[in-house]
Design a protein around this ligand. Structure first.
Ligand code: SAH
Ligand code: SF4
Ligand code: F3S
Length: 451
């Protein structure tokens, strides 16, 4: 390759934050191999799409996008097109199957989440007209030494563990991401140090189930990791997701409570409020365990905000099960909830069960939950009117160039006038007005941690 005109890489990312973080690993691997990044497909030599398989509609969206790429490749036959991520892992060579009309012949390479080190070689071969596939899953952490490609900024994603061993009966992730494995505490701490020295103000630790993080070299667990990271830079916020309700220990709750810069926001997916459904889902906890966990969190961290994921219309879900979920949501009073229609996924246990809740009923139940959740979020936000919140200034507001946007420690979005602030400042904002999704306020001063 001519070093003076580096080839250009364009990546589109779908799915969860772990995919966003993986894209940065991909960009790091590729930039070390002489590629330049571009944010437009039109001048790219290589187009990669990092995909998600979690629900059928996630895959359909990507198939439709590959249809666009097919059209594009007709005009630009030399461009190399690659499919990465969970769909690559799940569908493997089917992604290049001549029989799949929308995608046949457009995909040159298919690369699963643990094989990104092979990208430069596979892409080189693809430029010579050779299609390639690499989808082996790893049993060990294999990107520990790669510093992800990140533009300067305020907030950084850090994958601290990969894979999942939980095998919830609805979920494709254990099949697309493989077995659970953690990085070493030392490597994560080093990454956080580097980010701090570059001026980052927030790190977001990622894993499908961060609570089962375990550094095999030192036997340090997730709360050890959190407190070491919180100590690297006391003015840097630490966030994390996702917490599985089975493995959340009291030690972890105390660690969150005991460190000002560990954010008091916990995403704790419940999936259903019905014990019968939780058991069918193989979630390994019941509603009683979940409630007592929430009690423990509230006891140690009174101002904690909680969010959840819910699946609507899991096989055999009755009206009574649905009402139990509604009751649970109301009782806990989540600050936010992500709710999804159940989508049968091949290979999972539930795939063998009849998807017997009609689309119509799923839609109605989801609607009821959305309405209730909006009201709950609104009421919780209303309670914040008149309070003073510490906000990290993150970006210009999307709606007005006169205003900034930031988040509270509890992950609520706040809009406030710019004044003479800059991105990366911590400020105190008095909340004056709210809706169910956003708080609005006025700046009353700067904020320093530890004062
Ligand atoms: N590891 C996380 C979840 C990752 S997937 C956890 O255990 O909480 C994100 C969310 O997608 C899940 O919490 C679940 O609510 C939803 N989800 C996963 N599989 C699904 C399926 N087959 N149909 C509908 N929603 C699903
Ligand atoms: Fe999927 Fe369950 Fe693992 Fe979450 S814990 S990724 S829902 S199998
Ligand atoms: Fe989707 Fe894979 Fe994440 S299935 S949700 S991109 S782990």
């Amino acid at each position: 390759m001519n070093p003076e005109t580096p080839k250009k890489l364009y990546v589109e990312t779908y799915g969860c934050q772990m995919n966003v973080a993986d894209t940065e690993v991909v960009q790091s691997v590729m930039s070390k191999n002489g590629f330049a990044m571009t944010s437009t497909m039109e001048n790219a030599d290589v187009i990669l799409v990092n995909t998600c398989s979690v629900r059928d509609n996630a895959e359909q969206r990507i198939i439709a996008r590959l249809g666009d790429f097919k059209h594009y490749k007709k005009q630009n036959p030399n461009v190399v097109i690659g499919v990465l991520g969970c769909m690559a892992e799940r569908l493997r060579s089917k992604m290049m199957d001549e029989n799949v009309q929308t995608i046949n012949s457009v995909v040159d390479i298919v690369v699963g989440p643990d094989e990104y080190r092979k990208l430069p070689q596979l892409i080189d071969e693809a430029f010579d007209g050779e299609k390639g596939i690499a989808v082996r899953l790893s049993r060990v952490e294999n990107y520990d030494d790669i510093i992800p490609f990140r533009a300067d900024g305020i907030s950084a994603w850090i994958s601290v563990m990969r894979g999942c061993d939980k095998f919830c009966t609805f979920c494709v992730v254990p099949f697309t991401r493989g077995r659970e494995r953690s990085r070493t505490v030392a490597s994560v701490v080093n990454e956080v140090r580097e980010l701090s020295s570059r001026g980052f103000k927030e790190v977001y630790l990622l894993g499908q189930n961060v609570n089962s993080f375990l550094d095999l070299e030192t036997e340090k667990d997730f709360s050890d990791l959190l407190s070491e990271i919180a100590n690297v830079d006391r003015t840097m916020r630490v966030r994390f997701t996702t917490s599985h309700p089975q493995d959340m220990s009291e030690k972890l709750i105390r660690t969150i409570a005991g460190n000002e810069n560990i954010c008091k926001f916990i995403h704790l997916p419940v999936q259903s409020g019905s014990d019968r459904i939780l058991e069918l889902m193989n979630r390994t906890y019941d509603s009683k365990h979940y409630r007592s966990l929430v009690d423990k969190i509230r006891k140690h961290i009174p101002n904690a905000s909680l969010s959840t994921d819910i699946i609507v219309g899991f096989p055999t879900e009755t009206e009574e099960d649905h009402q139990q979920t509604m009751a649970m949501m109301k009782e806990i009073g989540y600050d936010g909830a992500f709710m999804f229609h159940y989508s049968p996924r091949e290979n999972t246990k539930a795939f063998n069960w009849d998807d017997d809740v009609s689309q119509e009923i799923k839609t109605r139940r989801l609607y009821e939950m959305n309405e209730m959740q909006r009201e709950i979020s609104f009421k919780l936000n209303q309670k914040l009117i008149g309070t003073i919140e510490t906000i990290l200034v993150e970006s210009e507001s999307k709606k007005s160039s006169e205003e900034f946007c930031g988040r509270t420690d509890t992950n609520k979005t706040v809009i406030f006038p710019k004044e003479n602030l800059k991105v990366g400042d911590y400020v105190q904002v008095k909340i004056e007005r709210v809706n169910s999704a956003t708080l609005f306020g006025r700046v009353i001063g700067n904020y320093s941690f530890g004062h």
